[in-house]
Design a protein around this ligand. Structure first.
Ligand SMILES: NC(=O)c1ccc[n+]([C@@H]2O[C@H](COP(=O)([O-])OP(=O)(O)OC[C@H]3O[C@@H](n4cnc5c(N)ncnc54)[C@H](O)[C@@H]3O)[C@@H](O)[C@H]2O)c1
Length: 282
């Protein structure tokens, strides 16, 4: 089935980024958030981002108008019924995602792909909540979605070859360089990245160096574009905590045990950039 229309669920950091990527790639996009105001705020964010691109001469005004004309915002899941592909990008919580997949399965037309943008959770757990486990896969974008080239297409045991091929083609059509990966916690990138990020928190916690110096060292010494603590702030500390918990639950590797300070910061509402305070202030 050719993908023409894409439904996106979740109005957080990732939902908004994926909306921009898919609308610019020429798909009809329906953005769904639990509140109409949040869905409208995603469109406003998209308008602002496109306006900046026009200002910088990277986008024609006519193209901006065409992109915006392809996007609609709703608080109703039923508005996704005709989508060819739905990308779920809500909070990293298995119970919430499972409930959503079960509900979506009864709403979205037969044959459509139901995909998750989860960073670490088991995709097959979502697939078996539906009557179409062969049409469920992971389509994992990176943050910020408009800027990052990678999409991990995650293949649960239940997915058909056609589903994976269509998801890979969709990611390519979005201008990304997809890779295919088995359904294992953290897939490729987060399984390798999070022990490093967690150990940076360990280093901060045991007083080896300041947050500024840890980040500065990894930028200057390894050529990384951003330090590990700033990266955790960008991802969101609540999302990072969930990622580490899922990795530890699956592999039992002590490197994945979230550092106590990370848990305390999440409890305190210090979630990184999105709350204005994390390892750094914003
Ligand atoms: N932040 C990142 O760097 C990043 C990168 C790739 C993938 N992801 C994944 O994308 C997904 C979303 O992450 P995010 O960073 O956009 O999170 P976020 O915290 O910015 O947004 C979470 C969204 O989930 C919604 N939500 C919360 N509880 C809900 C519920 N009970 N039912 C429905 N919606 C609910 C919120 O309203 C919000 O729109 C997660 O699965 C995360 O692992 C995140």
């Amino acid at each position: 089935m050719a993908i023409k229309s894409v439904g996106i669920i979740g109005s957080g950091i990732m939902g908004a980024g994926i909306a921009e990527v898919t609308a610019k790639a020429g798909y009809e996009v329906v953005l769904r958030s639990r509140q109409q105001a949040s869905a409208d705020a995603m469109v406003a964010k998209l308008e602002k981002s496109l306006a900046k691109q026009v200002e910088k001469g990277r986008l024609e005004e006519a193209e901006r108008d065409a992109v915006l004309a392809r996007v609609s915002a709703t608080d109703e899941l039923s508005a996704l019924k005709d989508s060819d592909l739905v990308i779920e990008s809500v909070v990293e919580d298995l119970a919430i995602k499972k409930g959503l997949f079960a509900e979506l399965d009864g709403i979205v037309k037969d044959g459509a792909i139901l995909a998750t943008n989860t960073s670490t959770l088991s995709v097959v757990d979502l697939a078996v909540e539906t009557q179409r486990p062969d049409r469920v896969c992971g389509v994992h974008f990176f943050n910020p979605a408009p800027a990052m080239a990678l999409v991990e297409v995650v293949r649960p045991l239940t997915a058909s070859d056609e589903t994976i091929a269509e998801a890979l083609a969709f990611a390519t059509e979005c201008g990304k360089s997809p890779v295919e990966v088995k359904d294992r916690a953290g897939f490729i990138v987060n399984a390798l990245l999070f022990p490093y990020l967690n150990n940076a928190v360990r280093m901060l916690e045991n007083g080896t160096a300041s947050a500024e110096d840890i980040d500065s060292a990894m930028k200057g010494g390894c050529g990384f574009p951003m330090g590990p603590l700033a990266l955790l702030d960008l991802v969101g500390l609540d999302t990072s905590l969930s990622i580490l918990e899922a990795l530890y639950a699956e592999f039992g590797d002590p490197n994945y045990v979230p550092m106590p300070v990370l848990r305390r910061m999440v409890t305190a509402g210090q979630l990184g950039r999105k709350s204005g305070q994390g390892f750094f202030s914003y």
